[in-house]
Design a protein around this ligand. Structure first.
Ligand code: 5AD
Ligand code: SF4
Length: 433
């Protein structure tokens, strides 16, 4: 079984390829430096980015399997994406009608939506966001594998359970060869097409080690996603050269005062500067924030969404703040599920074409939250492929969901969830307009 769908390249315009995906046209960013392609080739792409070519015979076999499943899934997705607008107040309805007309919503309107509370109104907000997701992405969704390869961190973010000063936590770091072996196993066994390499800010991994890791991982024919924290621009430049094409870096909050309180020793300005530089270097960007930090207002969250958009990301990544024992914020209140679902929905209304992740932190809040997030505008997921013995040690927050789930089960559960929602577990990029 392969969890990605090959696509036929039907046109090339500069570094943009147009692919055909069961009759829908999508645009993807090619990587001609890595692998030249021509019209008529079959390729894999993830999140709108070229991954690799695939032999025609193999592609046609996989497509034959998918052709049967795909149209069934699509019907389910379309049925689940209908909207029942009758439940909405006239004011909220007027704002949401602008979404149908593809008009940009003003900040005051976003704030008004954010303040919706009645369950029946919220359910319409989620339905509309889900409908936009369906309109923009069809039923495609992407699944990335994530390896948390070190829980050492030189930073001291007040909310985080692997901060440098956290005592009583067993620290681990994996050797480069070990990380590559984990990735190879997941790619061979489950067909992952994108691998996220995540760690604390751990300078034990110098540039040479990271370059070796990225280079060898890219050779396995996957999109290499790095999530390494505030490393230097030079390091990120070298990693791009080695084959990394996507970078995950949250700015955590757009409120400077809260930022300086929770991330001592760093500034919001520096973080944003690095995110912008990564984009300039050519990285596909995933960014976002923590939802529901203590002291944050609804307006702060709307500002967070707008700041995310202004960074031009390909993927929105946010999760609820969860207090962690042994950190300075252990007594703070955790974010509510409603807050994060609203954040997902409003992000979708602000940035129609974006990929929006449902994260493990959301799942930790509540078992159903992942499904609800996918029905409120989200379309992407990550599966933790870190070996089980290390997973509980990557303790950024307490009681993380899925820390005991073996990879095969996590993959199966994810695919089952996507199928039950009529989603195809692939993402070839945006529908070409
Ligand atoms: N609750 C939720 N998310 C957290 N992160 C770190 N600590 C917590 C916490 N207590 C998130 C941060 C960081 C990512 C790696 O993990 O947003 O960017
Ligand atoms: Fe380190 Fe990231 Fe945790 Fe901050 S949030 S302490 S940078 S792992």
């Amino acid at each position: 079984m392969c969890y990605a769908i090959p696509a036929l390249l039907i046109a090339i315009e500069g570094n943009i390829g147009i692919v055909d995906y069961f009759g829908e046209k999508r645009k993807i960013l090619l990587d001609l430096e890595f692998e030249p392609v021509k019209v008529g080739d079959y390729i894999y792409a993830q999140g709108g980015v070229f991954v690799r070519k695939i032999a025609p015979k193999e592609a046609e076999e996989i497509l034959a399997h998918w052709r049967n499943v795909f149209f069934e899934l699509k019907k389910t997705d379309e049925a689940l994406s209908r909207i029942d607008q009758d439940k909405l107040s006239s004011n909220a309805l007027a704002i949401l009608q602008k979404v149908n007309l593809q008009k940009t919503l003003k900040k005051s309107e976003l704030l008004e939506l954010f303040k919706l509370k009645a369950p029946e109104e919220l359910s319409v907000l989620y339905e509309i966001a889900n409908n936009v997701r369906q309109r923009e992405h069809g039923n495609a969704s992407c699944i990335h594998g994530i390896i948390e390869f070190s829980n050492y961190c030189s930073q001291n973010c007040c909310y985080c359970g692997i901060r440098a000063d956290r005592v009583g936590l067993t620290r681990y770091r994996l050797e480069i060869e070990e990380i590559l072996a984990i990735a190879k196993n997941a790619i061979d066994k489950y067909g992952f097409k994108a691998i996220v390499l995540q760690s604390g800010e751990d300078y034990w991994y110098d540039d040479a080690k990271l370059e070796k890791l990225v280079r060898n991982l890219r050779k396995m024919g996957v999109l290499v996603f790095v999530s390494l924290g505030l490393r230097s621009e030079e390091t990120y430049r070298k990693l791009y050269k080695a084959g990394a094409r996507a970078a995950l870096m949250r700015f955590e909050t757009s409120n400077e005062e809260i930022f300086s309180r929770i991330r001592p020793g760093t500034t919001l300005k520096d973080r944003l500067k690095l995110i912008r530089s990564l984009k300039d270097m050519g990285y596909v960007i995933a960014t976002g924030f923590l939802v529901g930090l203590p002291g944050e207002t609804d307006e702060d969250i709307v500002n967070n969404i707008l700041l995310t958009k202004s960074l031009g990301p390909d993927m929105y990544s946010f999760g609820p703040f969860l207090p962690t024992i042994g950190t300075p914020m252990e007594k703070a209140e955790r974010a509510s599920k409603e807050l994060i679902l609203k954040t997902i929905a409003i992000s979708r209304l602000v940035d129609y074409g974006s990929n929006i992740l449902v994260t493990t932190a959301l799942e930790t809040l509540d078992k159903e939250a992942k499904r609800e997030g996918l029905l409120a505008g989200a379309n992407s997921m990550m599966i933790n492929i870190t070996p089980e013995k290390y997973r509980s040690l990557y303790a950024i927050y307490d009681n993380r969901a899925s820390i005991d789930t073996v990879v095969s089960k996590a993959v199966q559960e994810t695919v089952d969830l996507l199928y039950s929602l009529g989603r195809a577990p692939t993402d070839l990029g945006f529908i070409s307009g």
